[in-house]
Ligand binder design. Structure first.
Ligand SMILES: Nc1ncnc2c1ncn2[C@@H]1O[C@H](COP(=O)(O)OP(=O)(O)OP(=O)(O)O)[C@@H](O)[C@H]1O
Length: 499
C-alpha cells in the first residue's frame, strides 16, 4: 500500500473533526473522499499535507511511518495538494508560478529561459499543454488549475490531493480534468479527490471513502456502488424527490431594460440585456461562466456601474444607487464569491449570520442581542451548520458550512427579490436538497428569484423560466416546460438561437 493513514483523530477544543479515521491509497489509484459539509474531509487532507498535526494516529508511506510538521515535509515525501482556492500570483507568468520556491538560477539571478524550458518539458511529459509565458491573470480558471497541477508535478509529487477541484470549473473544463487525472494515474500518479459531485465519483474514481461526523462510514470500490448508496452513507437517509408546483406569477419585481456595460477591450461585457423577474417565479440564468452573468448580477446589486439602460426594482429606478440603497428597496443576495462579497472572514458566525438583519429584528431601532442570537440559532439548526458556537470566527468553518450560513441569512431577509448565485456551490447533497426546498418555498410565498448557476441540472430543476447568456447577451429563453438540456447546452455554446 502506497499510503496508510491509521486511526487519525483531530480535535479543535471540544470539536472532533476526525475520529479514528483509517484511509489508504494504492499507487495509480484515484480515490474519492466524500461526505457532508464539516464531515472532516479537508481536515484529513490538511493532516496528510502537513498543514495540521493529528491529535492521534499515524501516517505510513510505503509501510514506513512519517511525521509531517509542515507542507515542506509532505512535499519532500512527494505529496502535493491543490486547494479549493487557488494559491497563484496573478501578475506572474505561468512558468514563474510553477517553479516558484525552486527556481532555476543563473548565478544568483532567476533563469527565466531555463524556467520556461523546464515548464515546456514538464507539459510535454504529462501532456498538459499551456503557454509558460502567459500571465496567470489572463488564464481562465481551468488553466489556472492546470498551473496548480503542474506546480505540484514540478515539485515531484506522486500523491496529488485535489480539494473540490471541479467546483469552479465549467462543465467542459471539469470533464477535461477528469481525463487528465485518469491519464496521470495511468502514468503512475495517485490521486485523492474531495468532491460533492457523486456522478464525478462514479465517472473517475476507483475507490470511495465516505466520512460522516469525522468517522469513516464506508470505503468501497466505485464499481461496486452507486450514487444512491453513496448518498445514504453520507447523509444517513434516502434523499427526497423535490415536489415543484406550478404557480401563478404576480407583479413585476425586477425589470432590466436594455443594459450594456462596455468592456476594457472594446468588446461589451453586457450587450443590450433585457430581463424581467416576477413575483412567484424563479428565473434561471444558464451559461458558461464568463459570459456576462457575473456582471449582470453585479449591475443589479449595485456592485458595478452600467453604461447604458436602466434597472427597476419594485418600480424604483436603481441605476447609480449604492448596494445598501438597493438592499433597502428590496434585494437580498447570495453572492457568487462567498469570500469576497458574502462574508467577513474575521467576523463570527453571529456577526455574519445577522448582517442585514439588525433592522428587521430590532423593535426600537436598537439591536436586540438575544433576538439576533435566536435567529442565528435557527439558521444553525435548520441548515445543520457545523460550528463550535455562534462566537466562532467564520474562517474556522468548513467551506460548505459558511455557504449554508450565507444562504440561510439571505433567504431569511424576507425581501421580495433574491439573487441566488451558485447557491449550492460546495455544499453536500443533503444541504443542496434543503437549499432547493427553501428557494422553492420563497418562490411559493410570492418571492421573485434570479438564479444563476453553472450546474445545468440545478437550473432545470428549479427554474420556471430559463434564459441563456452567451458573450454578454441573452441568446435564448424557454419556459420550464419547453426547456431541454440539449437546447440550452447548444445556446450556451453559442449555437444558433431564434430568440
Ligand atoms: N482550525 C480550526 N479550528 C476550529 N475548527 C475547525 C478548524 N478547522 C476545521 N474545523 C472544524 O472541523 C470540522 C471539519 O471541517 P472540514 O473543513 O474538514 O470539513 P469538510 O468535510 O472538508 O467540509 P466541506 O465539505 O464543507 O468543505 C468543521 O466543523 C470545522 O468547522
Amino acid at each position: 500500500m502506497l499510503l496508510q493513514m491509521r486511526h487519525i483523530t483531530k480535535t479543535y477544543g471540544t470539536l472532533t473533526a476526525n475520529s479514528g479515521v483509517d484511509f489508504s491509497l494504492r499507487q495509480g489509484e484515484i480515490h474519492a473522499l466524500v461526505g457532508e459539509n464539516g464531515a472532516g474531509k479537508t481536515t484529513l487532507m490538511r493532516i496528510l499535507y502537513g498543514m495540521e498535526q493529528p491529535t492521534a494516529g499515524q501516517i505510513l508511506l510505503n509501510g514506513k511511518e512519517v511525521v509531517f510538521t509542515n507542507p515542506t515535509d509532505a512535499i519532500s515525501h512527494r505529496i502535493g495538494m491543490v486547494h479549493q482556492h487557488f494559491m497563484l500570483f496573478p501578475s506572474f507568468t505561468v512558468a514563474e508560478n510553477i517553479v516558484i520556491g525552486n527556481e532555476p538560477r543563473a548565478g544568483v539571478a532567476f533563469d527565466r529561459k531555463k524556467a520556461i524550458a523546464q515548464v515546456e518539458e514538464l507539459c510535454a511529459k504529462y501532456r498538459l499543454p499551456i503557454d509558460p509565458r502567459m500571465k496567470v491573470a489572463d488564464c481562465p480558471l481551468g488553466l489556472q488549475q492546470r498551473v496548480e497541477i503542474l506546480k505540484v508535478l514540478y515539485q515531484g509529487a506522486d500523491i496529488i490531493i485535489l480539494d473540490e477541484p471541479t467546483g469552479v470549473l465549467t462543465p467542459l473544463e471539469a470533464k477535461e480534468l477528469l481525463v487528465i487525472m485518469r491519464s496521470l494515474a495511468n502514468q503512475g500518479k495517485s490521486f485523492i479527490i474531495i468532491t460533492h459531485k457523486l456522478h464525478e465519483v462514479m465517472e473517475v474514481a476507483d475507490r470511495v471513502t465516505v466520512l460522516r461526523d469525522g468517522k469513516v462510514t464506508g470505503s468501497v470500490d466505485a464499481g461496486a456502488t452507486n450514487v444512491e448508496e453513496l448518498s445514504k452513507l453520507m447523509v444517513g437517509r434516502d434523499l427526497k424527490q423535490l415536489q415543484k408546483r406550478t404557480l401563478q406569477t404576480g407583479q413585476t419585481i425586477l425589470q432590466v431594460n436594455n443594459i450594456s456595460i462596455h468592456g476594457d477591450k472594446g468588446k461589451p461585457v453586457l450587450n443590450n440585456v433585457n430581463l424581467q423577474v416576477n413575483a412567484g417565479e424563479i428565473v434561471g440564468i444558464a451559461g458558461i461562466s464568463g459570459n456576462g452573468q457575473s456582471e449582470l448580477i453585479q449591475a443589479i446589486s449595485g456592485l458595478q456601474p452600467i453604461d447604458q439602460g436602466d434597472i427597476q426594482l419594485l418600480g424604483t429606478p436603481i441605476r447609480g444607487r449604492s448596494v445598501r440603497e438597493i438592499r433597502e428597496i428590496g434585494l437580498s443576495h447570495v453572492p457568487e464569491d462567498r469570500y469576497q462579497w458574502g462574508a467577513a472572514k474575521e467576523g463570527t458566525v453571529l456577526d455574519n449570520g445577522t448582517m442585514g438583519h439588525h433592522k428587521t429584528t430590532s423593535r426600537s431601532g436598537l439591536l436586540h442581542g438575544q433576538e439576533l442570537r435566536k435567529l442565528v440559532n435557527r439558521f444553525i439548526q435548520q441548515f445543520q451548520i457545523k460550528t463550535g458556537s455562534q462566537d466562532t470566527q467564520v474562517k474556522f468553518l468548513s467551506g460548505g458550512n459558511l455557504q449554508k450560513l450565507i444562504v440561510a441569512r439571505e433567504i431569511a431577509q424576507k425581501q421580495p427579490f433574491l439573487i441566488a448565485a451558485e447557491p449550492t456551490r460546495g455544499v453536500d447533497i443533503g444541504a443542496m436538497e434543503l437549499i432547493h426546498e427553501e428557494l422553492l418555498r420563497k418562490r411559493d410565498e410570492q418571492g421573485a428569484i434570479l438564479l444563476v448557476s453553472s450546474e445545468l441540472t440545478e437550473i432545470l430543476k428549479l427554474s420556471d423560466r430559463i434564459v441563456v447568456m452567451y458573450e454578454g447577451r441573452i441568446v435564448g429563453e424557454l419556459s420550464a416546460e419547453e426547456a431541454t438540456e440539449e437546447q440550452i447546452s447548444l445556446w450556451m455554446a453559442g449555437g444558433n438561437s431564434d430568440a
